[in-house]
Design a protein around this ligand. Structure first.
Ligand code: GLP
Length: 264
């Protein structure tokens, strides 16, 4: 079941997501899966505003990344480990040793994938996974066509994804890696709870497609229909393509004023 709350703007999405994070952590959640990209910025900014410098609530969390570029130098600012350090682990006082990412430098991506999966399993699984969605419906770097039983592995980025992400590389498409290590769709679906945030007009197409499309590998985000506990927070722009007469029974839409039923 996917609960979708439509909220007025990015700040409201960030605040609601931070409420969900805080409630989850206060109720004993230990492992968090973290996404990168601009949609998660308001979430991390709000958590930093609430908890930055106090180092109490999140300090002992075990953090798992969703994905990591292959081929970026270790010190590159857009390496996702660096992004998570800058935007989440650092401000919230989580030691970097508690952040785990698939090894994107190793000679053997299969081994790197398997050992990342093992790390997740050894931590008892991911309690709460934060996700964004790509304009083409990807989750993590699982591009259209990815099988739903996929696990962490090396992947090729779609052309559209590289063009979209060029904005993080000063618009230089050649600087955007062609490959990444990515949690698979089955890995993502193994998380106990999933929180997806979608902000802005560029997300209206994948959000509209998600609410009307039963699970199909052509639209990776549609795999979430098969998960029992998904909350989606979308702003008005991202919700603007939803047609109320084409909503699947696995989707419950709310105007975001009241707490979403079944939410974390
Ligand atoms: C990136 C990441 C995804 C992210 C998505 C959307 O390529 N691999 O995890 O959810 O694209 O990013 P943004 O929020 O910047 O639009």
């Amino acid at each position: 079941m996917i609960e979708i709350a439509v909220l007025p703007d990015a700040e409201a999405v960030g605040a609601r997501a931070a409420d969900i994070f805080d409630r989850a952590v206060q109720s004993g959640v230990r492992t968090l899966g973290l996404a990168t990209g601009s949609s998660t910025d308001p979430v991390y900014a709000e958590l930093t505003r609430r908890h930055g410098g106090r180092r109490n609530l999140y300090r002992t969390m075990q953090l798992f990344q969703l994905d990591e570029y292959i081929g970026l130098p270790v010190e590159h600012p857009e390496r996702y480990l660096e992004v998570i350090r800058r935007s989440f682990a650092g401000p919230l006082g989580v030691p970097i040793s508690r952040v785990q990412a698939p090894d994107a430098e190793g000679a053997d991506p299969n081994l790197a994938g398997t050992s990342f999966e093992l790390s997740i399993a050894n931590a008892g699984g991911i309690d709460l996974q934060l996700l964004g969605v790509g304009a083409n419906g990807h989750i993590a770097f699982n591009e259209p066509g990815t099988p739903f039983d996929s696990r962490t592995r090396a992947v090729e980025l779609a052309g559209q994804t590289r063009r979209d992400n060029a904005r993080f590389f000063k618009g230089d498409l050649d600087a955007v890696p062609r490959r990444a290590m990515s949690q698979g769709i089955a890995t993502i679906l193994s998380a106990r709870r999933i929180l997806l945030v979608a902000i802005g007009q560029a997300k209206s197409a994948p959000v509209a497609a998600l609410v009307r499309t039963p699970p199909t590998p052509d639209l990776p985000v549609s795999a979430l229909h098969d998960h029992p506990a998904v909350t989606m927070l979308v702003d008005l722009d991202a919700a603007s393509g939803i047609e109320s007469d084409a909503i699947l029974p696995t989707v419950r839409l709310s105007n975001g004023r009241s707490r979403v039923a079944g939410e974390l």
